[in-house]
Write a protein that binds this ligand. Structure first.
Ligand code: ADP
Ligand code: ASP
Ligand code: MG
Length: 392
């Protein structure tokens, strides 16, 4: 009997009707004879709402208490889905992250999974039950409840697929897979039937939230294939598409796979050396993207959803001489072998200028070119770069 892990994101379980539809899908998968583990996210915008409530109480809510609060969102969904399945005659049981044996480090709000001990899940599967797991959460070795960073239910799904040696890991959302850009921003974004781990990880780090970056990194390490699908496509519909995330995908035309913009960022810049910047970042628990230093000045990007107490961190960076530019956004060209020929970088910069934006900063590697532009122009620049490199 094969084990399938299915994950349903917030929009797929946004209300009771949608939870009922997910229950129908899960029951259908169970009838195929598979053992099914279902990972769920919080309903709709619940996590954002809980976070906003905490922020109303305090501008710098303690991370431990945030985890206590935010982990509730997924527990609501897991229980409702288990109830909906039982109502349909399916034997189902729900588990929190800690009951599922998801052990993490003790970095609250942005914890990393260290180990998964899924004994209770295995026991219940052996009893013929569907197991519903609350995504996005675990327990630290100190027995504290932790959460896995925004979008972390994807990570729960991949980690469980690895620990259970699942035959398939399916991630359901409101899009039928990964596109060459966010289809909400670029109308002509092209569907990708397959994408490699490294490219998708770069996209996720660049702000494409279709899959969580940590989940993709986990899948790469454990060699888990991810099937990204749309919840509203009927199971078995021959017209339904998916993206398979796996190793050994053929290179993209012109080496560029996708373009991703991120306006939810702060750009740190200042005189000094990288070590001074990193010392503040470590003291404040702020993860940095693309740290670069030259000629006595240093710069780095911060993804704001990863830092709940940003105001305090921003002040600490400022006290050390690092200014935050909040009117900047990053637009990232993602691919493989981008620095093999100078033309990709040259064309990128020329295209940004032709779109009417100033190149405020640039950094490049084989897998990405990050351009800093005015926040108000981020979507225009994304569309222009997509038209230049990725249009069908
Ligand atoms: P879920 O709540 O199910 O986890 P998310 O909202 O996290 O779903 O991710 C799906 C969203 O990701 C889509 O609605 C889409 O707008 C966005 N997205 C951003 N970049 C891309 C991309 N390159 N391909 C597909 N979707 C993308
Ligand atoms: N509910 C969490 C979030 O909104 C986790 C997830 O959806 O994957 O970030
Ligand atoms: Mg998500």
């Amino acid at each position: 009997m094969s084990v399938i892990v299915q994950k349903y994101g917030g929009s797929s379980v946004a209300d009771l009707t949608r939870i009922g539809r997910v229950a129908d899908r899960v029951a259908a998968a169970r009838r195929e004879g598979d053992q099914v583990v279902v990972v769920v996210s919080a309903m709709g915008k619940t996590t954002d709402q809980l976070l906003a409530m905490a922020r109303e109480v305090s501008a710098t809510p303690p991370r431990r208490e945030l985890d206590m609060l935010l982990s509730v969102g997924e527990r609501i969904t897991m229980a409702l889905l288990a109830i909906a399945l039982q109502r349909r005659g399916e034997d189902a049981i729900s588990f929190t992250g800690s009951q599922s044996g998801i052990l993490t480090n003790d970095r609250h709000f942005d914890a990393r999974i260290i180990e998964v001990r899924p004994f209770r899940i295995e026991d219940e599967l052996a009893r013929g039950r569907v197991v519903i797991v609350a995504g996005y959460q675990g327990m630290s070795y100190r027995r504290e409840i932790t959460t896995l960073g925004r979008g972390g239910s994807d990570t729960t799904a991949v980690a469980l697929a690895a620990a259970l040696r699942a035959d398939r890991c399916e991630i359901y959302s409101d899009v039928d897979g990964v596109y060459t850009a966010d289809p909400r921003v670029v109308t002509g974004a092209v569907h990708l039937p397959a994408i490699g781990y490294t490219e998708l990880q770069e996209m996720a780090e660049a702000g494409a939230k279709v899959l969580n970056a940590e989940a993709v990194a986990f899948a790469k390490r454990e060699r888990i294939e991810i099937h990204a699908r749309r919840t509203d496509d009927a199971p078995g519909d021959p017209k339904a598409r998916e993206t398979i995330v796996r190793a050994d995908v053929a290179p993209a035309p012109q080496r560029v796979r996708a373009v991703a913009g991120d306006v939810n960022v702060a750009w740190l810049r200042g005189p000094g050396d990288a070590l001074a910047l990193l010392d503040v970042a470590e003291a404040q628990g702020v993860p940095l993207r693309s740290v670069e230093a030259a000629g006595g000045s240093v710069q780095a990007w911060v993804s704001l959803p990863r830092v709940p107490e940003w105001e305090r961190a921003r002040d600490a960076f400022a006290a050390a001489g690092f200014a935050t530019e909040t009117d900047a956004a990053s637009v990232t060209v993602v691919g493989d072998g981008l620095t093999e020929e100078a033309s990709v970088l040259r064309d990128t910069l020329a295209c940004v200028r032709a779109a009417g934006a100033e190149v405020r900063g640039v950094s490049s590697s084989s897998f990405r070119i990050i351009v800093a532009v005015d926040r108000s122009l981020a979507d225009d620049v994304t569309r222009a770069l997509h038209a230049r490199f990725c249009a069908a």
